[in-house]
Ligand binder design. Structure first.
Ligand code: PMP
Length: 428
């Protein structure tokens, strides 16, 4: 193993290094692995933590006497909303509990904006000549797919260590009235793990925007998903926006998909009182009420906000060792070679690995051919296009720990081989 950057190796040593990586890769292929680091799914052991749900609810009414079996209550069951309002730092009156997916709520909000406009819109978004969204990158692929589906244009800004580049965003939105919104995963971002600082949140809440109905899609999917004992609270975007005189700008989303069951949890939406009313009015055109039986069993399962916090510690104990293994193997095998950069996430579900420019797609291909499935290179960028072809999203939660380690050993071999190829190529 060279003790400095690969790019500093004399030609003969680089050739020898390349040959050694080819041999290591041949061995990797011969092992016939079948491993998968693609999607951020909870492992079965994590889902088991919530199996108490399967024998709940006790009874059929909540503390207010609502019969949860019947229609009604578009805003969701108050007992559950009270617990999550405390955790998300929003007033309970401004928090809606919905069905099992916050992503569906995001799509609904976009659909309502498209068809009818929002509370501060001059017209439906579909009547605009063009609609553009600001996308911090790397970001969440499904956000970008959703924009594509609407025919919404994108403009990217870098994700910095304290959140998205707020100055770049402020500059864009000040002058371009087609920019109607932005995505942000404010806590433990997918995939970078970035925490948006209160200062950046304040700037986004208060910046002047050319569009009167500029909307921040504050997707707090990982608000409670701490990987260390430090339980960092998210910036209070609703409070900041209200204080800045832009109360209708942010819409907060969250869910229990990675708290209880990914397929049978509860999605949440929070916003100003007017925006919540706008949301439930449009929702009511196609729904008579959410699954309140699920709300009640979730409320009884947790009992309180502290019940959720204690539950998240159990998740942490199951997944933190997997994240530790990823960092340990990356450091042992790639550290100091100048072929990869990553930050150790302190929460969330992902590692964002930057390899040598121009090699991410090659790494993913090599891994695939060796039986290790990785998220396609570029997935964390709009249209799947990473301009530097360097970012790879790693999702270590689903496989058992020993498979995470084996997959990462293989991935590092692919990174080294792709880097050696690239450097040899550059040397002509
Ligand atoms: N937002 C982000 C940032 C996510 O990573 C995910 C899950 N991969 C979701 C939303 C999906 O949330 P839900 O299950 O509530 O639809």
């Amino acid at each position: 193993r060279p003790d400095g950057p690969l790019s500093a190796l004399p030609a003969a040593e680089l050739t020898a290094f390349h040959r050694a990586q080819e041999a290591a890769y041949a061995e990797l292929r011969a092992a016939g692995l079948k491993l998968d680091l693609t999607r951020g799914k909870p492992a079965a052991a994590q889902l088991d933590l919530s199996d108490g749900l399967l024998t709940l609810p006790r009874g059929t009414t909540d503390s207010g006497g609502t019969d949860v079996r019947n229609y009604g209550g578009l805003e969701g069951l108050r007992d559950l909303r009270a617990i999550f309002a405390e955790l998300l730092g929003t007033p309970v009156e401004q928090l809606v509990a919905g069905d099992n997916s916050s992503l569906v709520m995001m799509r609904s909000v976009l659909s309502y904006l498209w068809l009818h406009g929002g509370v501060t819109s001059e017209r439906p978004w579909s009547a605009e000549e063009k609609v553009t969204f600001v996308c911090p990158v790397p970001g969440y692929d499904r956000h970008f797919t959703l924009l594509d589906w609407f025919g919404i244009d994108t403009v990217t800004v870098p994700m910095n260590d304290d959140g998205p580049d707020a100055e770049a965003i402020a500059e864009l939105v000040a002058h371009d009235p087609t920019i109607k919104g932005m995505w942000l995963v404010p806590t433990y971002a997918n995939p970078t793990g970035t925490i948006t600082s209160p200062a950046v949140a304040e700037r986004l809440a208060s910046m002047p925007t050319a569009a009167p109905d500029f909307t921040i899609f504050w997707d707090n999917a990982y608000a409670l998903h701490h990987l260390t004992e430090e339980e960092t609270a998210s910036a209070d975007i609703l409070g900041l926006a209200e204080a800045a005189g832009n109360p209708h700008r942010p819409i907060v989303f969250a869910s229990t998909s990675k708290i209880t069951y990914a397929g049978a949890g509860v999605g949440f939406l929070a916003a100003s009182t007017d925006v919540v009313k706008w949301y439930t009015t449009h929702l009511g055109k196609g729904a008579i009420g959410p699954d309140k039986v699920n709300h009640l069993r979730h409320a009884q399962f947790f009992g309180s906000a502290d019940g959720v916090r204690a539950h998240m510690v159990k998740h942490r104990e199951l997944i933190a060792p997997k994240f530790d293994a990823v960092d340990r193997i990356l450091t042992e095998r790639l550290g100091g070679l100048g072929v990869a950069e990553w930050k150790v996430p302190v929460g969330g579900y992902f590692f964002s690995l930057d390899v040598l420019d121009g090699t991410a797609a090659r790494v993913v291909q090599l891994a695939r051919e060796a039986g290790i499935a990785l998220t396609p290179a570029g997935a964390s960028f709009p249209k799947g296009l990473d301009p530097r072809d360097r970012n790879i999203r790693l999702a270590p939660t689903f496989p058992p720990p020993e498979e995470v380690a084996r997959a990462m050993e293989g991935v590092t071999t692919c990174v080294l081989l792709a880097a050696a190829e690239k450097l040899l190529d550059a040397n002509g």
